[in-house]
Design a protein around this ligand. Structure first.
Ligand SMILES: Cc1cc2nc3c(=O)[nH]c(=O)nc-3n(C[C@H](O)[C@H](O)[C@H](O)COP(=O)(O)OP(=O)(O)OC[C@H]3O[C@@H](n4cnc5c(N)ncnc54)[C@H](O)[C@@H]3O)c2cc1C
Length: 371
C-alpha cells in the first residue's frame, strides 16, 4: 500500500501546478484561451490511449491535473473534467471503431469539445425519468426534447445525448446518441445564471426534429442508461478533484493572509490556529480518498463506492473550508475583492453536479446495506 505519490506522479503534479499558476488566467469570460493552452500540452486527452490521440496517462494523473487546474480556475477544471470523463469516455468505452475514428482524436487534441446531455426538468437525480424522445425513422432517429444545465452548452462540438425510444420501458428504453453541433433543429437555449463556476457555459440544449443517423447511436438501442451510469464513477472522481483544488486554494489564501496579519502584529488566536489545523487535516483525509478512488478506477475494479465517498467528502469539505476561511479572514477577504467568496460559490456547485451529494450517500449506503 502506498500513501505517497510516486516520483512520477509527484513530478506530474508539479508540472500541472506550474502550468496552472503560470498559464491559466482567472478572468471572468469563457476561458477559451485556457482550454487552448491545455490542448497544446495534450491535457484535453490526458487519460486517452495514445492510439486514439491521447497521452495514455493513468486516471490518477488525470485527477491531479483537475485538482491543480481547479485550484487556479475551477471553471476551467470543470469544463476539462466534463469534456474528458463524460464528454469523451462514452465514445472510448462504447463507440464503434468507425465512431472513434471520426471523433476521438479531435476530442483528445482539444479540436473538438465534448459535452454530456442527460438532465431535464423532472429528470435530474432520477435520470431514468427523462422525456426527450428518439423516434426511429429511415436510416436514423429524430430527437425531440430539451436538456437542462448542460456544461459547455453552445460551446461543445459533440454532445452525448440521452433519449428514450420507448417511454413505457423506463430506463430500458433509453439510448445514447452522438449529436454534432450544427445539426438542423439543435440549439443552445437559455444560459443559466449560476452562483458559481461562472466562466463555464451552462445552457439548455433544445432539439426539434434533430435527425441523427443510426451510425451515431452509441451502443445498443436501450443501453443508454447503463452507459450514462457507468460513466459517472469516473466523472465523480474528477469532481472530487475539483473539490480538493478549491479547498486547497481557500486554505492557501487564508494561511497566507493570517501570516501577513501576524507580520503586521495581529497574531491569530489559538482558535484560528486550531481551525486551520483541522481544515488542513481534513483536506489530507479527502486527498487520500480521492487518490484512492482514482487508483481503484485505474485497476479496472468497480469503484462506485470509492468514487461516491470521494465526491461527497471532498466537495462538502471544499464548501466547509471556504466557509471557515471566510470566517477566519473576515470582511476584507470575504468581500468581492477577495477570492474566498468565489471559492465558496464554485465549491457549492461541485456538490450538485454529476449526482448531488445526497445521491452519493445513497450509493454508499446501498452498497453497505445490500452488499
Ligand atoms: C454547474 C452544473 C453543471 C451541470 N452540468 C451538467 C451536464 O453537463 N450534463 C447534465 O446532464 N447535467 C448537468 N448538470 C445537472 C446536474 O447533474 C443536476 O442538477 C443534478 O443531477 C441534480 O438534479 P436536479 O437539479 O434536477 O435536482 P433534483 O434531482 O430535483 O434534486 C433536488 C434535491 O433533492 C435531493 N434528492 C433527489 N432525489 C433524492 C433521493 N432519492 N433521496 C434524497 N435526496 C434526493 C437532491 O439531492 C437535491 O438536493 C449540472 C448542474 C450544475 C449545477
Amino acid at each position: 500500500m502506498n500513501f505517497v505519490l510516486s516520483d512520477y506522479h509527484a513530478a506530474k503534479k508539479e508540472e500541472f501546478r506550474r502550468f496552472a499558476e503560470t498559464e491559466i488566467d482567472r478572468g471572468e469570460h469563457y476561458p477559451r484561451e485556457n482550454l487552448q493552452k491545455a490542448a497544446a500540452r495534450g491535457y484535453m486527452g490526458l487519460p486517452l490511449p495514445r492510439e486514439w490521440g491521447g497521452q495514455g496517462e493513468d486516471f490518477l494523473t488525470y485527477t491531479l491535473l483537475i485538482e491543480e487546474l481547479s485550484r487556479v480556475c475551477a471553471s476551467t477544471g470543470a469544463i476539462l473534467a466534463v469534456h474528458t470523463s463524460v464528454g469523451t469516455f462514452p465514445l472510448l468505452y462504447f463507440g464503434t471503431d468507425l465512431q472513434k475514428k471520426r471523433y476521438l482524436a479531435g476530442l483528445a487534441h482539444g479540436e473538438l469539445l465534448g459535452a454530456f446531455a442527460l438532465t431535464e426538468a423532472g429528470a435530474g437525480s432520477d435520470a431514468a425519468a427523462l422525456n426527450t424522445g428518439a423516434k426511429a425513422v429511415n436510416g436514423g432517429y429524430l430527437l425531440n426534447g430539451c436538456k437542462l444545465f448542460i456544461t459547455s452548452g453552445g460551446e461543445a462540438d459533440l454532445y452525448t445525448v440521452f433519449a428514450t425510444v420507448d417511454r413505457r420501458r423506463g430506463h430500458k428504453g433509453i439510448s445514447a446518441f452522438l449529436v454534432e453541433k450544427g445539426l438542423p433543429g439543435l440549439t443552445a437555449g437559455k444560459s443559466e445564471k449560476k452562483m458559481g463556476l461562472n466562466r463555464s457555459s451552462t445552457t439548455e440544449i433544445r432539439m426539434e426534429d434533430v435527425h441523427v443517423p443510426a451510425s451515431n447511436r452509441l451502443g445498443q438501442e436501450g443501453a443508454g442508461f447503463h452507459i450514462a451510469m457507468s460513466l459517472l464513477d469516473g466523472g465523480r472522481i474528477g469532481i472530487a478533484a475539483q473539490g480538493l483544488g478549491l479547498a486547497r486554494a481557500a486554505l492557501d489564501y487564508t494561511t497566507a493572509y493570517l501570516k501577513e496579519q501576524e507580520i503586521s502584529g495581529q497574531k491569530p488566536g489559538q482558535s484560528a490556529a486550531f481551525t486551520l489545523a483541522d481544515l488542513a487535516t481534513r483536506l489530507e483525509a479527502a486527498r487520500l480518498l480521492v487518490y484512492r478512488a482514482a487508483a481503484v478506477k485505474e485497476s479496472g475494479k468497480k469503484c462506485s463506492r470509492e468514487a461516491s465517498m470521494a465526491k461527497y467528502y471532498a466537495t462538502d469539505l471544499a464548501v466547509a473550508v471556504a466557509t471557515r476561511c471566510i470566517d477566519l479572514c473576515g470582511i476584507p477577504a470575504a468581500g468581492s475583492a477577495g477570492p474566498l467568496a468565489g471559492y465558496f460559490c464554485d465549491a457549492k456547485a461541485t456538490q450538485i453536479y454529476e449526482g448531488t451529494n445526497q445521491i452519493q450517500r445513497i450509493v454508499v449506503a446501498r452498497e453497505l446495506l445490500n452488499g
